[in-house]
Design a protein around this ligand. Structure first.
Ligand SMILES: N[C@@H](CCOP(=O)(O)O)C(=O)O
Length: 492
């Protein structure tokens, strides 16, 4: 399978090995398949298989040059998960089904991909005989950073540098991130927001002088964000796995269509769902759920993407994002692989902060995607509603998805069964969850909040949550966004 950049008008092809190692194309575009795979598989057979085997097949559809995918999938989805099903689907709860993506070591859906990416990168480096040290630059709004640190901890030939907004993540997310210690790991807070971190990371990536300097030092950059195709593809697996679980629950028969509701900020998670649909999974609608930074809702509803608005720090902080990187990959399909248009739109976004798609493209997008958003108060109310109806705890991001699903179903009367992606454990945001379910105005914070929240839970604490109590956080390094470049060069 060959990949190309969304912005390359010459459509130069790159193999999977290079695409995974590089992460981001040199022209600033994102790697996408030159020809999207149309694998010949029997859905009924595929979805009955254990998670590791589904993952192995998904990897193989995109990364068939790599040998060793079976071992990669087995290692990625092994005993570090607290359930053998890896991403279990609940029974019907308050009308819908929650796909629990938080049973990995860092309690968020990012683990699904970031337990796999180090394996895929290892294979790519070995098989491509790439001797360089890989410097994995990561911008995070809370979850990707910890998962990347955990996934690449002590992996030979790699260093990880994570930038996070120091005032834009939850206390537990910060504790987790600073608690990931290892000789190859660097964690840096910035006095800015996620968009600033991601923009600067992209600039550092594509600075030719820095690239050259790194090459001389036998180093090169890569990414653990969903910009990296090796990070994105593993996320397709759980859409197939969820579908299989819904069949086994007797809710649908193989071939019947379902909806997925996806809380998303950087548009990676929902893009993986769109790729699953392109691969033949019977999906009716993908519901794009945003928080009050609802740039994506407005885009799907109006056809205009406009990041010129106040950046809001919310109680669903991982989705506090105004520049959703992966939308570029969707636009690339919407414009039938026209890199010239993508260049134009991305330049407009950079210089004017906005762009508009054609009415035809807008219609095309609306055929697959629905969109809505939840305010912080609606997030609280949704956590409470689900808890009161079903005794089930959801985190604020899942609550965004859950609220938007209710709203969508009420507005459209769409009867397709809906799977809501439960993207993080409620224990990553115990203060918000406690306030919602217990009307506590002054809830305890951090680990004390976890202990209190546990009293409201019917299930025992998982290993990942218990580990939070033994993490020894390192001291915090904080810089201003313009210092990111020099900081990277100093650290590596
Ligand atoms: N929500 C993310 C932001 C980065 O998104 P990614 O999917 O591109 O890694 C986070 O928690 O860091």
């Amino acid at each position: 399978m060959k990949f190309r950049s969304t912005r390359d008008v010459t459509a130069q092809a790159t193999d999977a090995l290079a695409a995974i190692i590089q992460g981001l194309a040199v022209d600033g575009g994102l790697f996408v398949p030159v020809a999207f795979p149309h694998p010949n598989y029997d859905l009924a057979t595929l979805i009955q298989q254990p998670y590791q085997l589904i993952a192995q097949q998904v990897f193989g559809w995109f990364f068939n040059e790599l040998s060793g995918l079976e071992v990669a999938a087995t290692k990625a989805y092994g005993s570090q998960w607290d359930t053998p099903s890896i991403t279990p689907l609940t029974k019907q709860i308050a009308g819908n089904y929650y796909l629990e993506l938080f049973h990995g070591p860092t309690l968020a859906f990012k683990d699904v991909a970031l337990q796999a990416l180090p394996q895929l990168m290892r294979l790519a480096k070995e098989q491509g005989r790439n001797p360089n040290e890989t410097i994995i630059l990561t911008a995070t709004s809370g979850d990707t950073g910890t998962a990347a640190l955990r996934g690449f901890k002590n992996i030979l030939g790699t260093q990880v540098v994570v930038f996070y907004p120091q005032d834009g993540i939850s206390p537990i997310q910060k504790l987790q991130m600073l608690g990931q210690t290892g000789a190859n790991l660097h964690v840096v807070g910035i006095t800015g927001n996620f968009d600033q971190a991601q923009t600067r990371v992209k600039q550092i990536f594509n600075n030719p002088q820095i690239r050259q300097q790194l090459a001389q030092q036998k180093q090169q950059f890569s990414s653990a964000n969903s910009m990296n195709i090796g990070r994105l593809i593993p996320q397709i697996t759980y859409y197939f796995s969820a579908y299989g679980q819904l069949v086994r629950q007797g809710v649908i028969k193989v071939g019947e269509k379902i909806n997925f509701s996806v809380p998303t900020g950087n548009f990676g998670d929902i893009l993986a769902g769109y790729y699953a649909k392109k691969l033949g999974l019977p999906i009716h609608k993908l519901i794009c759920a945003s928080n009050v930074n609802h740039v994506l809702t407005d885009f799907f509803q109006t056809g205009t993407y406009d990041r010129q608005r106040k950046f809001q720090v919310t109680n669903a902080p991982s989705m506090d994002i105004l520049v959703s990187s992966n939308l570029e990959r969707l636009l690339f399909d919407a414009y039938r692989q026209d890199a010239e248009v993508i260049n134009k739109l991305m330049q407009q976004l950079q210089s004017q902060g906005t762009y508009q798609v054609t009415p035809q493209v807008h219609k095309w997008l609306q055929a697959t995607f629905a969109a809505g958003y939840a305010t912080p108060n609606q997030v609280q109310a949704e956590i409470r509603r689900v808890y009161e109806q079903a005794n089930y705890l959801i985190d604020p991001h899942t609550a965004v998805g859950s609220f938007v699903t209710q709203q969508y179903q009420a507005q459209t009367n769409d009867q397709h069964p809906c799977v809501i992606l439960a993207t993080a454990s409620p224990y990553k945001f115990p203060e918000t969850v406690l306030t919602a379910i217990n009307s506590q105005t002054n809830p305890p914070s951090g680990l004390a909040a976890i202990e209190t929240l546990a009293k409201f839970d019917t299930k025992p604490l998982t290993t990942g949550v218990k580990e939070l109590f033994v993490d020894q956080p390192q001291s915090q390094l904080t810089i201003a966004p313009p210092e990111m470049t020099t900081t990277v060069l100093d650290l590596i």
